[in-house]
Design a protein. Sequence first.
Length: 398
Amino acid sequence: MEKADVLLTYAWVRSSYAALRSLTKLGLKVAVADTSKVGMGQWSRFSHFAGTVSNPLTHPAQFVTDINQLLQKTGATFLLPGHDETEVLAKHRHQLPPTVMLPIAEYEKIHHANDKSWTSAFAFNNGIPTPATIQWHNFSELKKGLARSNGPFVVKLRRGNSAKGVFYASTANDVQKLCEKLIEQYGLSPDRYPIIQERISGEGWGVSCLYWHGERIATFTHKRLREKTATGGTSTLRQSVRHPELERYAHKILDALSWHGLAMVEFKYDSVSNQGWFIEINPRLWGSIHLAIASGVDFPAMLYVAAMDGGHAARKMFRSQKEGIVARWYLGDLIIAASELKRFHFGKAIALTLLGGADTLDDWDIRDPMAFFGEAAYYLTNAIRYRNMNPIQEGMLG
């Protein structure tokens, strides 16, 4: 097999596919890896080679062994994780070949950044507005905290991504019942009890950044226009828009962390009160990264250049984002359309199936149609598995 330059993991999903396209434009040969042979990167014509690996959540040691074997087989010297296996690779970085560049923060920082309770407290302590949070370690403390709050509430598992592991409750009684259920269902110890916050209304925003050894290289900001679930989560339609206040908040958090690599900081913003609220950090590639690339901020390319030639070379590539660019996740809208059909909202469903309504699509390109079909096939083949999987597991696989 002809050697590759890059090994890209979690290949099935849009974020990794966007990175694949970006890196191949640099003239690089990109090998991809995933637990499945089905997915966007696996079926894309831009992939140089597709290999399979063990599940990084359930079999982390074997996953790292599989990655090392693929690195040896492909000769890749740049390893880019696409999702929550980022934390696994950070933890086992010492087991990777010393010649391989892994452009991510150290394990402790990624581990903390994936913890919604830790990041909320960190943001608050650094002067960033955060939703009111109930501090509790037992149900007696929970009852006292709920008695001082009016609701409505959001209950989150401390670890997870998108809308997975996020639940909503209107009353204190609902919160207590939900927490009891989650603790029993997932065997949560007190140090993993759910985080309970005031539910914030407003627009969803994301501020994405590239840092290199604590120095900020690039920033991109977007606003969510439509989300796959009504209660929030993955966006299917979003727009490139600057927001200086939220950017300042994101920079303050990542500066305080002395961040390294990629991260997106999520916010809610209430345009009526002109108030922004910190929600969470995604310390990895993010689902909407295609919009940043389409708007002129090519994070994967800059990350590679930073790794190979240093932060200064990457900084010279950065240009301020083009504003007003709209990107759409087409398959995500088809999933929404299916839900609308179940509610007999035929007009909405039909509108969501039509192409158009955006400047660019995350997952459809006539030059590479098999990537879209690989994405659709992945969702279809994993539908039953997701139904039987808890939100913590889904956070790694979906």
